[in-house]
Design a protein around this ligand. Sequence first.
Ligand code: HEM
Length: 262
Amino acid sequence: MTTFTKKISSLVLFAALLLSPAFVLADGGEHLNNKNGDRHPKIHGKSAFAHTHVRERGEKGDQDDDEGRGEHRTSTTTPATTLALRGLAITNVSTSSALVSWTTNVTSSSKVYFGTTSPLSLLAASSVTSATPVKSHSIGLTGLTASTTYYVVVASVSAANGSATSSQTSFTTAPLSTTNQVTLTSAVIATHNTQNSCWLTIGSNVYNITAYVPYHPGGVQAIVSLCGTDATAAFGGIGHSSSATALLANYLLGALGQTVTI
Ligand code: HEM
């Protein structure tokens, strides 16, 4: 082979090496390395490109499998995030409602299971669900029964990060208001013995005739002196007309001994 031919051959070989796949840099300089059969390619790049190294949970650490090849940097490891549920709290408890709140480390759905039996059966329990992915969860429960203990379990689901379920907690709804309830005993009636608050017992019923007192045809004083007492004899003794008796119905509180809301 002549010297000239040898030079041409060397040039052709050099050009072939330059064009071989081993020298073609993908994506403007990044070098895709998928050795070891990893499901996710480990993408290494030069400083002008973002470094991403997706690693499956539990995968053995191999910070840089191109060790010794100075053109590659060590990539950043981002472990998969597991959905975690925290801070379960039940607030705003009323006679018939409550607010169930918790947080999750990643956005996820919200579900509250609730019922009156413990341990709560998630299959049988009532539930309220919100599919909206949030980190701060807040679900209102309504239609509850007063003075009742409810058991609660909450759950969140994230398509990418799995699901989490709380342990069971409980709360008790408030009792119905007793502030306006009164039992019609003679002792209670006796405290309403003025023109401004005039209760009377006539027969077996108790009346609050305060509003009628100023309009009484027999005069205010005839009634006021009997406020707070059993006026059966006084009312009957006058010989009130049937219309006077009919008027009583407008002021009825209830039967003597009955508990009523006023
Ligand atoms: C509890 C004690 C009461 C006493 C001592 C008493 C006394 C009297 C008296 C003396 C009269 C006659 C007035 C007259 O003829 O000039 C009278 C009339 C009348 N009173 Fe009473 N009263 C009492 C309670 C009531 C009550 C609770 C009502 C109705 C809610 C009532 C309704 C009337 C009426 C409508 C008249 C007109 C006459 C008639 O329709 O009978 N009184 N009352």
